[in-house]
Design a protein around this ligand. Sequence first.
Ligand code: C5P
Length: 234
Amino acid sequence: MIIKTSKTQKIILALDFDSESETLDFVEKLEPKLCRLKIGKQLFVREGPGIVTSLINRGFDVFLDLKFHDIPNTVVKACKAAADMGCWMINIHACGGRKMMETVADSFAKLKNPPLLISVTVLTSFDDQEMKRIGLYSTIDKQAGLLAKLSYDSGLDGVVCSALEIKNIRESVGSKFIYVTPGIRFMGDATHDQSRVVTPEKAILLGSDYIVIGRSITNDDDPLKKLKQINLNL
Ligand code: C5P
């Protein structure tokens, strides 16, 4: 398992925009030394791999957040394509199972400079009722813990989770497992559709290696100033 934490930036900025032009206008205001960038389905489906390479060429580390979930052969090929693009981090769904995760981890182990490979356990949009609807009668905490351990045993580098879940997951995995935590808000910020939120400082105290922040920065009048302020406090 290769852990790449050579750079110090802990902030992963979620670029949840609709177009390349809007994204690049925003990115012009940023500096690679202050944050890494996350591209999700919203932007990728509209703009494709070009936007990823464009940001990498500007010197940014890119987390491609496409949450792959399919049969092992399909997922490993998609992940290799993401590795070929030069992504810094990618993710897959842990509920794709051990065989799917191991196939990708094994193929990445053969690459010279693979992206960090992390998994999504239980989506933060899930509640207990939704779990039961898909036949899962465990609690969200237990299910997230089980899938995080499965990801660790399958050779993944880490997991996307709430900072509030780290303590529980840590009890069953090794110390080098990476925690990438969304659901970050500043005191007084709107929570939007996130339900379990913490401040950037609290997330780091709880053990986050990287914090994912979207609207609290992208909606700010001065995103660069805000980024600098957060970095100073971490
Ligand atoms: O704007 P906000 O800070 O809520 O953005 C959070 C980002 O993290 C979004 O891009 C969202 O898709 C992503 N994310 C999340 N919860 C997960 C996985 C990813 O909020 N479990």
